[in-house]
Ligand binder design. Structure first.
Ligand code: AMP
Length: 409
Protein backbone atom coordinates (compact mmCIF):
# COMPACT_ATOMS: atom_id res chain seq x y z
CA UNK A 1 0.00 0.00 0.00
CA UNK A 2 1.28 3.50 -0.81
CA UNK A 3 0.63 5.86 2.07
CA UNK A 4 1.32 9.58 2.19
CA UNK A 5 1.96 11.09 5.62
CA UNK A 6 1.37 14.84 5.86
CA UNK A 7 2.07 17.36 8.58
CA UNK A 8 0.70 20.79 7.65
CA UNK A 9 2.00 23.68 9.73
CA UNK A 10 1.45 27.42 9.44
CA UNK A 11 4.04 27.94 6.70
CA UNK A 12 5.25 24.42 6.02
CA UNK A 13 4.16 21.00 4.81
CA UNK A 14 6.27 18.02 5.89
CA UNK A 15 5.63 14.84 3.90
CA UNK A 16 6.74 11.23 3.59
CA UNK A 17 5.51 8.73 1.01
CA UNK A 18 5.72 5.06 2.04
CA UNK A 19 5.42 1.84 0.14
CA UNK A 20 4.31 -0.22 3.10
CA UNK A 21 4.34 -3.56 1.22
CA UNK A 22 8.02 -3.13 0.35
CA UNK A 23 8.59 -1.43 3.73
CA UNK A 24 10.42 1.52 2.16
CA UNK A 25 10.20 5.28 2.09
CA UNK A 26 9.71 6.33 -1.54
CA UNK A 27 10.12 10.06 -0.98
CA UNK A 28 10.13 12.64 1.76
CA UNK A 29 10.62 16.33 2.16
CA UNK A 30 9.59 19.70 3.41
CA UNK A 31 7.83 22.58 1.68
CA UNK A 32 8.73 25.66 3.68
CA UNK A 33 8.21 29.43 3.82
CA UNK A 34 4.82 28.88 2.17
CA UNK A 35 3.23 32.22 1.30
CA UNK A 36 6.54 34.04 1.84
CA UNK A 37 9.50 35.08 -0.26
CA UNK A 38 12.02 32.29 -0.76
CA UNK A 39 9.49 29.46 -0.47
CA UNK A 40 11.07 26.15 -1.41
CA UNK A 41 10.76 22.39 -1.36
CA UNK A 42 13.54 20.20 -0.03
CA UNK A 43 12.85 16.79 -1.48
CA UNK A 44 14.53 13.40 -1.09
CA UNK A 45 13.54 10.47 -3.25
CA UNK A 46 14.04 6.71 -2.97
CA UNK A 47 16.92 5.97 -0.62
CA UNK A 48 18.24 9.53 -1.05
CA UNK A 49 19.20 8.87 -4.67
CA UNK A 50 17.25 11.97 -5.52
CA UNK A 51 18.11 15.01 -3.43
CA UNK A 52 16.81 18.35 -4.59
CA UNK A 53 16.05 21.71 -3.09
CA UNK A 54 14.08 23.88 -5.47
CA UNK A 55 12.68 27.35 -5.04
CA UNK A 56 9.02 27.47 -5.99
CA UNK A 57 6.64 30.37 -5.60
CA UNK A 58 4.31 28.58 -3.19
CA UNK A 59 1.44 30.99 -2.64
CA UNK A 60 -0.40 28.71 -0.23
CA UNK A 61 -0.72 25.17 1.12
CA UNK A 62 -2.72 23.95 -1.89
CA UNK A 63 0.02 25.08 -4.26
CA UNK A 64 2.61 23.37 -2.04
CA UNK A 65 0.77 20.02 -1.90
CA UNK A 66 0.09 20.17 -5.65
CA UNK A 67 3.81 20.70 -6.29
CA UNK A 68 4.76 17.82 -3.98
CA UNK A 69 2.31 15.51 -5.80
CA UNK A 70 3.83 16.64 -9.07
CA UNK A 71 7.32 15.75 -7.77
CA UNK A 72 6.09 12.24 -6.91
CA UNK A 73 5.28 11.61 -10.59
CA UNK A 74 7.96 13.89 -12.11
CA UNK A 75 9.78 12.59 -15.23
CA UNK A 76 13.18 12.84 -13.51
CA UNK A 77 12.45 12.69 -9.79
CA UNK A 78 9.27 10.63 -9.83
CA UNK A 79 8.81 7.58 -7.58
CA UNK A 80 5.32 6.57 -8.70
CA UNK A 81 3.63 6.61 -12.10
CA UNK A 82 0.31 8.02 -11.07
CA UNK A 83 -1.14 9.82 -8.04
CA UNK A 84 -3.93 7.19 -8.05
CA UNK A 85 -1.36 4.78 -6.59
CA UNK A 86 -1.60 6.63 -3.24
CA UNK A 87 -4.27 4.68 -1.38
CA UNK A 88 -4.30 6.54 1.90
CA UNK A 89 -3.20 9.84 3.39
CA UNK A 90 -2.36 10.05 7.10
CA UNK A 91 -2.75 13.56 8.49
CA UNK A 92 -0.93 14.49 11.67
CA UNK A 93 -3.49 16.37 13.74
CA UNK A 94 -2.34 18.22 16.82
CA UNK A 95 -5.52 18.16 18.88
CA UNK A 96 -8.30 15.62 19.01
CA UNK A 97 -9.84 16.99 22.20
CA UNK A 98 -11.79 14.42 24.21
CA UNK A 99 -13.62 13.26 21.14
CA UNK A 100 -10.80 11.26 19.51
CA UNK A 101 -9.02 8.46 21.34
CA UNK A 102 -7.89 6.62 18.22
CA UNK A 103 -7.05 7.39 14.57
CA UNK A 104 -10.09 7.84 12.40
CA UNK A 105 -11.08 7.86 8.71
CA UNK A 106 -12.17 11.36 7.79
CA UNK A 107 -15.68 11.84 6.46
CA UNK A 108 -17.84 14.96 6.67
CA UNK A 109 -19.03 14.13 10.17
CA UNK A 110 -15.45 13.67 11.42
CA UNK A 111 -14.39 16.87 9.67
CA UNK A 112 -17.12 18.76 11.55
CA UNK A 113 -15.89 17.29 14.84
CA UNK A 114 -12.33 18.27 13.96
CA UNK A 115 -13.47 21.81 13.29
CA UNK A 116 -14.94 21.83 16.81
CA UNK A 117 -11.43 21.05 18.13
CA UNK A 118 -9.94 24.13 16.43
CA UNK A 119 -10.60 26.36 19.44
CA UNK A 120 -8.34 24.12 21.55
CA UNK A 121 -5.31 24.86 19.33
CA UNK A 122 -6.30 27.42 16.68
CA UNK A 123 -2.80 28.11 15.36
CA UNK A 124 -2.08 24.50 14.48
CA UNK A 125 -5.53 23.10 13.85
CA UNK A 126 -6.59 25.50 11.13
CA UNK A 127 -3.59 24.39 9.04
CA UNK A 128 -4.08 20.70 9.84
CA UNK A 129 -7.67 21.00 8.63
CA UNK A 130 -6.68 22.98 5.55
CA UNK A 131 -4.36 20.06 4.65
CA UNK A 132 -7.26 17.60 4.91
CA UNK A 133 -9.53 19.71 2.71
CA UNK A 134 -6.81 20.14 0.08
CA UNK A 135 -6.16 16.39 -0.03
CA UNK A 136 -9.88 15.65 -0.24
CA UNK A 137 -9.79 17.77 -3.39
CA UNK A 138 -6.46 16.69 -4.93
CA UNK A 139 -6.27 13.00 -3.88
CA UNK A 140 -9.92 12.31 -3.30
CA UNK A 141 -9.74 8.61 -4.20
CA UNK A 142 -7.48 7.98 -1.17
CA UNK A 143 -8.75 7.26 2.35
CA UNK A 144 -7.95 10.29 4.50
CA UNK A 145 -7.02 9.39 8.06
CA UNK A 146 -6.56 11.68 11.07
CA UNK A 147 -3.86 10.63 13.53
CA UNK A 148 -3.75 12.72 16.70
CA UNK A 149 -0.92 13.92 18.91
CA UNK A 150 -3.32 13.80 21.85
CA UNK A 151 -5.02 10.41 21.39
CA UNK A 152 -2.41 8.28 23.23
CA UNK A 153 -3.04 10.29 26.39
CA UNK A 154 -6.80 9.71 26.41
CA UNK A 155 -6.20 6.79 28.80
CA UNK A 156 -5.09 9.13 31.62
CA UNK A 157 -7.30 8.85 34.71
CA UNK A 158 -9.48 11.86 35.57
CA UNK A 159 -7.45 12.74 38.67
CA UNK A 160 -4.42 13.15 36.38
CA UNK A 161 -6.06 15.26 33.69
CA UNK A 162 -8.47 17.52 35.59
CA UNK A 163 -6.98 20.87 36.63
CA UNK A 164 -7.62 22.01 40.20
CA UNK A 165 -9.72 24.98 39.09
CA UNK A 166 -13.54 25.26 39.30
CA UNK A 167 -14.91 22.03 37.87
CA UNK A 168 -17.47 23.98 35.87
CA UNK A 169 -14.71 25.21 33.55
CA UNK A 170 -13.97 21.62 32.62
CA UNK A 171 -17.66 20.90 32.06
CA UNK A 172 -18.25 24.10 30.07
CA UNK A 173 -15.03 24.45 28.08
CA UNK A 174 -13.24 21.09 28.35
CA UNK A 175 -10.28 22.84 29.95
CA UNK A 176 -8.04 19.97 31.09
CA UNK A 177 -4.71 18.33 30.48
CA UNK A 178 -4.62 16.63 27.06
CA UNK A 179 -0.91 16.03 26.49
CA UNK A 180 0.97 15.96 23.19
CA UNK A 181 3.80 14.06 21.44
CA UNK A 182 1.46 11.08 21.80
CA UNK A 183 2.48 9.65 18.43
CA UNK A 184 6.12 9.64 19.54
CA UNK A 185 5.40 8.25 23.02
CA UNK A 186 3.23 5.52 21.48
CA UNK A 187 5.99 4.63 19.02
CA UNK A 188 8.46 4.37 21.92
CA UNK A 189 6.08 2.11 23.88
CA UNK A 190 5.64 -0.09 20.81
CA UNK A 191 9.41 -0.32 20.20
CA UNK A 192 10.03 -1.24 23.84
CA UNK A 193 7.55 -4.08 23.42
CA UNK A 194 9.27 -5.20 20.21
CA UNK A 195 12.78 -4.95 21.68
CA UNK A 196 11.82 -6.94 24.77
CA UNK A 197 9.90 -9.43 22.63
CA UNK A 198 8.05 -10.84 25.61
CA UNK A 199 4.59 -9.31 25.16
CA UNK A 200 3.23 -10.73 28.44
CA UNK A 201 6.01 -8.99 30.35
CA UNK A 202 5.40 -5.71 28.51
CA UNK A 203 1.85 -5.71 29.85
CA UNK A 204 3.28 -5.13 33.34
CA UNK A 205 6.00 -2.65 32.43
CA UNK A 206 6.31 0.83 33.85
CA UNK A 207 7.98 3.08 31.30
CA UNK A 208 8.87 6.77 31.31
CA UNK A 209 9.34 8.07 27.77
CA UNK A 210 11.41 11.28 27.62
CA UNK A 211 10.73 13.04 24.32
CA UNK A 212 13.45 15.71 24.51
CA UNK A 213 13.50 17.79 21.35
CA UNK A 214 12.85 21.42 20.65
CA UNK A 215 9.47 20.66 22.20
CA UNK A 216 9.83 18.31 25.17
CA UNK A 217 7.52 16.14 27.22
CA UNK A 218 7.55 13.08 29.43
CA UNK A 219 4.98 10.31 29.44
CA UNK A 220 4.32 7.72 32.13
CA UNK A 221 3.30 4.52 30.34
CA UNK A 222 1.90 1.65 32.38
CA UNK A 223 0.85 -1.60 30.69
CA UNK A 224 1.28 0.13 27.31
CA UNK A 225 -1.06 3.02 28.18
CA UNK A 226 -0.33 6.66 28.93
CA UNK A 227 -1.34 7.39 32.51
CA UNK A 228 0.21 10.83 32.84
CA UNK A 229 2.23 13.30 30.83
CA UNK A 230 3.83 16.70 31.34
CA UNK A 231 2.16 18.81 28.64
CA UNK A 232 -1.32 20.16 29.26
CA UNK A 233 -4.19 21.90 27.53
CA UNK A 234 -1.50 23.16 25.17
CA UNK A 235 2.11 22.17 24.43
CA UNK A 236 3.30 25.14 26.53
CA UNK A 237 3.03 23.22 29.80
CA UNK A 238 5.48 20.92 31.53
CA UNK A 239 9.20 20.84 30.90
CA UNK A 240 11.39 23.80 30.03
CA UNK A 241 11.89 23.59 26.25
CA UNK A 242 13.88 25.21 23.42
CA UNK A 243 11.77 28.37 23.36
CA UNK A 244 8.85 27.47 25.67
CA UNK A 245 8.83 28.16 29.39
CA UNK A 246 6.99 25.02 30.46
CA UNK A 247 5.35 25.22 33.91
CA UNK A 248 5.54 28.56 35.71
CA UNK A 249 3.35 30.26 38.28
CA UNK A 250 0.31 31.43 36.24
CA UNK A 251 0.29 34.69 38.20
CA UNK A 252 3.47 35.63 36.30
CA UNK A 253 1.32 36.23 33.21
CA UNK A 254 -0.81 39.21 34.38
CA UNK A 255 2.18 40.52 36.36
CA UNK A 256 4.33 40.70 33.22
CA UNK A 257 1.46 42.07 31.14
CA UNK A 258 1.16 44.98 33.55
CA UNK A 259 4.88 45.62 33.97
CA UNK A 260 5.70 45.36 30.26
CA UNK A 261 2.44 47.05 29.18
CA UNK A 262 1.64 44.23 26.79
CA UNK A 263 -1.48 42.11 26.31
CA UNK A 264 -2.02 38.68 27.86
CA UNK A 265 -1.72 37.19 24.35
CA UNK A 266 1.67 38.87 23.95
CA UNK A 267 2.88 37.44 27.25
CA UNK A 268 1.79 33.96 26.15
CA UNK A 269 3.67 34.53 22.88
CA UNK A 270 6.80 35.38 24.90
CA UNK A 271 6.30 32.20 26.93
CA UNK A 272 5.99 30.17 23.72
CA UNK A 273 8.65 31.78 21.55
CA UNK A 274 11.18 33.65 23.67
CA UNK A 275 11.44 31.62 26.83
CA UNK A 276 12.88 28.25 27.80
CA UNK A 277 16.52 27.69 26.91
CA UNK A 278 16.48 30.65 24.51
CA UNK A 279 15.11 32.94 27.22
CA UNK A 280 17.87 32.01 29.68
CA UNK A 281 20.84 31.56 27.33
CA UNK A 282 19.79 34.43 25.07
CA UNK A 283 21.77 33.45 21.98
CA UNK A 284 20.08 30.28 20.68
CA UNK A 285 17.54 27.60 21.45
CA UNK A 286 19.72 24.91 19.91
CA UNK A 287 21.16 22.60 22.55
CA UNK A 288 24.32 22.08 20.51
CA UNK A 289 25.08 25.80 20.95
CA UNK A 290 24.13 25.73 24.62
CA UNK A 291 26.37 22.73 25.37
CA UNK A 292 29.28 24.22 23.38
CA UNK A 293 29.04 27.64 25.04
CA UNK A 294 28.52 26.17 28.50
CA UNK A 295 31.72 24.18 27.95
CA UNK A 296 33.50 27.39 26.94
CA UNK A 297 32.53 29.05 30.22
CA UNK A 298 29.39 30.99 29.24
CA UNK A 299 27.46 31.21 32.52
CA UNK A 300 24.04 31.78 30.97
CA UNK A 301 24.53 28.67 28.82
CA UNK A 302 25.52 26.78 31.96
CA UNK A 303 22.42 28.02 33.76
CA UNK A 304 20.09 27.08 30.87
CA UNK A 305 21.56 23.58 30.80
CA UNK A 306 21.44 23.13 34.58
CA UNK A 307 17.81 24.29 34.64
CA UNK A 308 16.78 21.99 31.78
CA UNK A 309 18.40 18.93 33.36
CA UNK A 310 17.06 19.77 36.83
CA UNK A 311 13.51 20.18 35.53
CA UNK A 312 13.57 16.99 33.44
CA UNK A 313 14.91 14.99 36.40
CA UNK A 314 12.38 16.53 38.80
CA UNK A 315 9.53 15.64 36.43
CA UNK A 316 10.80 12.08 35.93
CA UNK A 317 10.84 11.78 39.72
CA UNK A 318 7.24 12.98 39.92
CA UNK A 319 6.07 10.28 37.50
CA UNK A 320 7.63 7.31 39.33
CA UNK A 321 5.06 7.16 42.17
CA UNK A 322 2.12 7.57 39.78
CA UNK A 323 3.14 4.24 38.22
CA UNK A 324 4.21 2.65 41.49
CA UNK A 325 7.80 2.29 40.27
CA UNK A 326 9.88 2.41 37.12
CA UNK A 327 11.23 -0.39 34.92
CA UNK A 328 12.35 1.43 31.78
CA UNK A 329 13.52 4.97 31.08
CA UNK A 330 13.64 5.88 27.40
CA UNK A 331 15.30 8.88 25.76
CA UNK A 332 14.08 10.01 22.36
CA UNK A 333 13.90 13.02 19.94
CA UNK A 334 16.71 15.43 18.94
CA UNK A 335 18.32 15.91 22.36
CA UNK A 336 17.36 12.55 23.86
CA UNK A 337 18.79 10.67 20.88
CA UNK A 338 21.90 12.77 20.33
CA UNK A 339 23.19 14.23 23.57
CA UNK A 340 25.12 11.74 25.68
CA UNK A 341 25.95 14.57 28.09
CA UNK A 342 22.32 15.42 28.83
CA UNK A 343 21.36 11.74 29.18
CA UNK A 344 24.26 11.16 31.56
CA UNK A 345 23.50 14.19 33.69
CA UNK A 346 19.79 13.30 33.96
CA UNK A 347 20.56 9.69 34.90
CA UNK A 348 23.11 10.81 37.53
CA UNK A 349 20.26 12.38 39.49
CA UNK A 350 18.83 8.87 40.00
CA UNK A 351 21.93 7.08 41.24
CA UNK A 352 20.32 6.82 44.68
CA UNK A 353 17.50 4.66 43.28
CA UNK A 354 19.98 2.45 41.47
CA UNK A 355 19.94 3.81 37.91
CA UNK A 356 23.37 3.22 36.43
CA UNK A 357 24.42 3.84 32.87
CA UNK A 358 27.43 2.49 31.03
CA UNK A 359 29.49 5.60 30.16
CA UNK A 360 30.91 3.97 27.06
CA UNK A 361 27.58 2.74 25.67
CA UNK A 362 26.07 6.14 26.41
CA UNK A 363 28.57 7.77 24.04
CA UNK A 364 26.71 6.14 21.15
CA UNK A 365 24.35 8.70 19.65
CA UNK A 366 21.47 8.46 17.20
CA UNK A 367 21.11 4.68 17.53
CA UNK A 368 18.65 2.36 19.23
CA UNK A 369 20.62 1.10 22.20
CA UNK A 370 20.38 0.08 25.84
CA UNK A 371 22.77 2.28 27.81
CA UNK A 372 22.22 0.97 31.36
CA UNK A 373 24.58 -1.45 33.07
CA UNK A 374 23.52 -4.96 34.08
CA UNK A 375 23.36 -3.79 37.70
CA UNK A 376 21.02 -0.89 36.98
CA UNK A 377 17.63 -1.17 38.72
CA UNK A 378 16.02 0.47 35.68
CA UNK A 379 16.76 -0.30 32.03
CA UNK A 380 17.75 2.90 30.21
CA UNK A 381 17.19 2.88 26.46
CA UNK A 382 17.74 5.32 23.62
CA UNK A 383 15.06 4.84 20.93
CA UNK A 384 15.10 7.17 17.91
CA UNK A 385 11.51 8.20 17.42
CA UNK A 386 9.75 7.80 14.07
CA UNK A 387 6.46 9.65 14.22
CA UNK A 388 5.84 9.43 10.47
CA UNK A 389 6.23 5.65 10.52
CA UNK A 390 3.77 5.47 13.41
CA UNK A 391 1.29 7.66 11.48
CA UNK A 392 1.74 5.46 8.39
CA UNK A 393 1.05 2.31 10.47
CA UNK A 394 -2.05 3.80 12.04
CA UNK A 395 -3.22 5.04 8.64
CA UNK A 396 -2.88 1.60 7.07
CA UNK A 397 -4.87 -0.10 9.80
CA UNK A 398 -7.69 2.43 9.51
CA UNK A 399 -7.62 2.34 5.68
CA UNK A 400 -7.65 -1.50 5.63
CA UNK A 401 -10.53 -1.52 8.05
CA UNK A 402 -12.43 0.95 5.80
CA UNK A 403 -11.83 -1.12 2.67
CA UNK A 404 -12.95 -4.36 4.38
CA UNK A 405 -16.11 -2.55 5.56
CA UNK A 406 -16.72 -1.44 1.98
CA UNK A 407 -16.31 -5.04 0.74
CA UNK A 408 -18.75 -6.35 3.33
CA UNK A 409 -21.39 -3.67 2.68
P1 AMP B 1 13.66 17.77 17.50
O1 AMP B 1 12.66 18.79 17.92
O2 AMP B 1 13.36 16.39 17.98
O3 AMP B 1 13.99 17.82 16.04
O4 AMP B 1 15.03 18.16 18.25
C1 AMP B 1 15.65 19.38 18.02
C2 AMP B 1 16.64 19.65 19.14
O5 AMP B 1 17.61 18.60 19.19
C3 AMP B 1 17.39 20.96 18.95
O6 AMP B 1 17.36 21.73 20.12
C4 AMP B 1 18.79 20.48 18.68
O7 AMP B 1 19.73 21.33 19.15
C5 AMP B 1 18.86 19.19 19.47
N1 AMP B 1 19.99 18.38 19.05
C6 AMP B 1 20.20 17.80 17.86
N2 AMP B 1 21.40 17.17 17.84
C7 AMP B 1 21.96 17.39 19.07
C8 AMP B 1 23.20 17.03 19.69
N3 AMP B 1 24.12 16.31 19.06
N4 AMP B 1 23.43 17.44 20.96
C9 AMP B 1 22.51 18.17 21.62
N5 AMP B 1 21.34 18.54 21.09
C10 AMP B 1 21.05 18.16 19.84
Amino acid sequence: MKVLVLNCGSSSVKYKLYDTDANIVLAEGLAERIGMQGSRIKHLGLGENIKISIEYALSGHEEAIKTVLHLFTHDNYGVIKNIDEIQAVGHRILHGGERFSSPVAIDNEVLDLLIQCVELAPLHMQHNIAGIKICQKLINHATQVAVFDTEFHQTMPDYAYIYPIPYDYYKKYKVRKYGFHGISHKYVAQRVAEILCDKSKVEDLKIISCHLGNGASLCAIKSGKSIDTTMGLTPLAGLMMGTRSGDIDPAVIPFLAEKERISLEEVVKVLNEKSGVLGIFGASSDFRDVIKDAGAGNDRARLALDMFIYRVAKSIGSLIPVMGGLDILVFTAGIGENSSEIRRRICEKFVNIGIEIDEQLNLENGAEIEISTVNSTVKVLVIPTDEEKMIAQETISVAKCCSSHKMIS
